[in-house]
Design a protein around this ligand. Sequence first.
Ligand code: 5AD
Ligand code: SF4
Length: 497
Amino acid sequence: MESSPKQLPNPDDTSRPGVYVKTFGCQMNEYDSEKMLALLAKSYRPVQAPEDAELVIVNTCSVREKGEHKLFSLLGSLAELKRTRPELVIGVGGCVAQQEGQQILKRNRAVDFVVGTHNLSLIPSLVNGAREGIAPQVAIDYREEWEELPDEFDAVPLLDPHEANDRTRFGLHLTPVRALVAIQRGCDKMCSYCVVPNTRGKQVSRALEEIVKEVRLKVRLGAKEVLLLGQTVNSYGIDLQPRVRFETLIRKLAEIDGLHRIRFTAPHPAEVRPAFIELYGDVPQLCPHIHLPLQSGSDRILKLMNRNYRRERYLEIVRSLRERLPSLAVTADIIVGFPTETEEDFQDTLAVMQQVRYNSTYSFKYSERPHTAAREQFSSADQVPPEVAHDRLLRLQALQDSLSEETNAGWRGQVVEVLVEGPNKTISSWMRGRIPQNTLVELVQLDEALPNPVAGELVHARIVHSSPYGLRGELCRSEENASPLDAANGVEGRASV
Ligand code: 5AD
Ligand code: SF4
């Protein structure tokens, strides 16, 4: 039996002090930030700026060197703020915290506590300690088991910093339309460039029942979509006793009433098995979109990266998925300028991009990280000069823009299903949402007589404009909704709410 949600804290209640959480990096960090806010929700209300806060937590990322720079520059300005308001409590969490621990306290004396990625449950007591004036504390113990947060956490709404305000404006509670839910932490792969196995430890999968419980709760609090998070989601469960398969988890989640869309990020190409491919087109709630990191299209570089697949295998996976689901959108992460990468290697990457015709890609310049194999293995002579790496990044992004432009133009004139997420960021009288393929849509309301859709609604829109970065659609009247095009786009049989 599930308990009913407890009284939700009122976000406008200014009697509680303010907490501001600044998140750098990936969605796993965003998820951890939500947990921090939820753990503190009884005594702190979230605010939108450090100036309005009595507690600031910086949740850091160390995947690339830039993340560390951002942390220390933000800590510099927070230290200034603390000079005018000495009671301000400053905490640092996330990967840099896990990796640097004590060093952070040495580099910036304004910091009151450092909390690692395995110790989130200690945050309330670290904050209390700081308020009582005890010496700066460091909690970065590595845990092999999953750290489930206390039970009362489940009854507290999760506050998404981007969405909370939008949604309260519509009188809805605070769970965002898209709920982030972690299913595993750490990683057993040893990609030679990557700091994650060092900062987040080896793979620990979360119990299936706990995941189902959290998704159910978030659906009850208003989520319509779940984005499952993990470093290699398709190896979920191999460390559990008894072993649980990723596919079992997805099929279990598909049984949850009111959950319209399931997404996950990111699977690892070397772990893709037939049962994984069969999920596509078989589980109606599973969105026709896969984020499948490529990293490089050159076999030589993939080998040096220790990625355990080659270009042909990657392309074969995409082909099999598209055979099952022709409307599938594919996105990827790509690194340019890995040590020893030649123009020819780079051309191989561009060639894979042309073959896959990615909907979008996240592209990065290689950044040398501490404690990684690539750092040990390559000398300075092997490094790609920064201007060459930069030029490759620009060329890659130009190619991606032209691919995205073409793909997005293909949606013009079609009627698509949009899950409304909230008001548009720039024109707030318009709403915005996503199609199942994950492309963003700005929704234009042509007919004044129609009620404005609210966050969480599934609506239909006719696409009237496209750019490399998204779509614009006119809301359809309800009689236009049953468009046969939906079936072709992989949203057949999905109920509107
Ligand atoms: N340098 C550049 N990009 C990196 N990534 C991970 N480590 C590095 C690094 N050292 C990228 C990969 C990964 C994404 C989250 O970040 O593309 O998929
Ligand atoms: Fe890093 Fe590779 Fe693990 Fe991804 S799969 S987290 S890139 S080691």
